[in-house]
Ligand binder design. Structure first.
Ligand code: COI
Length: 331
């Protein structure tokens, strides 16, 4: 059996080599991402392990299928960049890694919230200019605040535990209710109720067609003045123009964004200077003291890199040998 692994980073390689040795399975690692220009590299392999945010297009998926590759294993969680029709048409089976490290995402989200609440970005900037005064940057305290968590899957639940540790009051919205959280009575019935009550809104939902731009002008208008917005999930959940308007008006007091709706081709790229970043809207956000933007780094920890690599390889073997895996994604 031979597997090709696309988009392999140096930090993932030791985990791939260890897995390959332990399982005695040949894995060809390539640095390139899977796209129209690189799909031919997969010819002759039994399965492909991939990781990327750019789209898996019909052209790429048709080509993989024409090489006989029907086993595609993602090293990440999100499946919103896959052409579902092409997957179904070609009978390709797909797995993801749903829990490589929910903690990694939750920890960064909470870190950024605390930075926003304690105005550390403002103090860093003041100190760089020799200004060591306190006022006017007086902070809030999380244990006096209500955090509204949207989506209580693995990551949302980890985030809830961290917020609870800080003493915050938690409310949550999800179509599916987690039984433990249900017992605690934290669920609200509608998003509008969450918007009206939350001092902090923490987004942990996957992106779907239905929730695209769920945080738009109308949603922001229903929130408390000065609300904190946290998005470590998917850029498409927020209408960026509406967010900028809400920041300008003060409706949104501060935001931490690890994702951005136009991030593909921009995040994880070195442009050499701030001015060279080719996205004016992103630069508008990056310049703001009350907005913390990170380039989709929440997942980027050693634990996650190991689990993403090794779980995806094991799932790929299961798809190849058994035609199914516990992490199979249904389209
Ligand atoms: C995911 O696992 O879905 C992520 O967002 C991480 C990665 C694509 C950057």
């Amino acid at each position: 059996m031979k597997i090709i692994a696309y988009g392999m980073r140096d930090d993932e390689m030791p985990y791939l080599k260890q897995w390959s040795k332990d399982n005695n399975i040949e894995v060809k690692a390539v640095k390139e991402l899977l796209d129209e220009n690189t799909v031919d590299l997969a010819n002759g392999y039994d399965g492909a392990v991939v990781y990327q945010q750019k789209p898996y297009t019909a052209e790429v998926l048709d080509k993989l299928a024409s090489f006989g590759i029907k086993s595609l294993s993602l090293r990440n969680v999100g499946v919103d960049n896959i052409d579902a029709d092409a997957i179904k048409r070609n009978g390709i089976k797909v797995t993801n890694v749903p829990a490589y490290s929910p903690n990694a995402i939750a920890e960064l989200t909470a870190t950024q919230l605390m930075r926003l609440i304690r105005r550390t970005n403002t103090f860093d900037r003041k100190i760089a200019n020799g200004d060591l005064r306190w006022a006017p940057d007086i902070a809030d305290e999380l244990d006096q605040m209500t955090v509204g968590v949207i989506a209580t899957g693995r990551i949302g639940r980890k985030a809830i535990n961290i917020y609870k540790g800080f003493g915050a009051k938690i409310i949550a919205y999800d179509i599916y209710h987690n039984p433990e959280l249900e017992k605690e009575g934290i669920y609200v019935d509608t998003l509008d109720e969450l918007y009206a009550k939350a001092d902090v809104i923490s987004l942990h939902s996957p992106a779907t067609k239905e929730n695209e731009h769920m945080l738009n002008d109308e949603a922001f208008s229903k929130m408390k003045d000065g609300v904190y917005i946290l998005n470590p999930a998917r850029g498409a959940l927020i209408d960026t123009d509406a967010l900028i308007r809400a920041l300008d008006s003060g409706k949104v007091g501060a935001a931490a964004l690890d994702v951005y709706e136009d991030e593909v081709g921009i995040f994880n790229t070195d442009f050499g200077s701030f001015d060279a970043i080719p996205d004016e809207r992103l630069k508008n956000l990056l310049k703001r003291e009350n907005v913390l933007v990170t380039p989709h780094i929440a997942f980027y920890t050693k634990t996650a890199a190991k689990n993403m690599t090794q779980f995806a390889l094991t799932s790929n073997v299961n798809l190849i040998t058994k035609g199914t895996d516990d992490s199979e994604v249904k389209f």
